[in-house]
Design a protein around this ligand. Sequence first.
Ligand SMILES: [Zn+2]
Ligand SMILES: [Zn+2]
Length: 165
Amino acid sequence: MAEKKRPSWDEYFLKLAMLASERATCPRMHCGCVLVKDRFVLSTGYNGSLPGQPHCEDVGCLIVDNHCVRTNHAEINALVQAARHGVNTVGATAYITNMSCTTCAKALIAAGIKRVVVFSDFHDTLATQFYNQSGVEIVKMDMPETQIHYDLKNYSSAKKTEKSK
Ligand SMILES: [Zn+2]
Ligand SMILES: [Zn+2]
């Protein structure tokens, strides 16, 4: 078994963002976002269609100017989930799998996000400029390990059931 390394908080929340991205529905891009304050997860999001609308992976993308516009991006969906549940995002950190587009950067800034942690390369957008001008700290990390260490063998509480074997 590979040596297990306990993840730092930033690695842990980035891994949660990676997990959220598994729910994305646009084949052109899978993004995840987790909003965290005081090590408390406020909300999660991934890029996906509006509630009740068809998914890109089922009906194809909706391309305008070479971008798929069918989905809300992960950052927007995380903010929207917080809004729907009355959660205050001021002062929170946004963990995102892909550097924001300009629109999402502006939304995160306006929602009071103070720190952004990301592992992807930066794209040719105005996101970095807006973050810098608004005093949002950008932390670029290496991609966390993609493996989840869930030790079924050694912890009796996590034994597989007949059904999950
Ligand atoms: Zn799409
Ligand atoms: Zn975006």
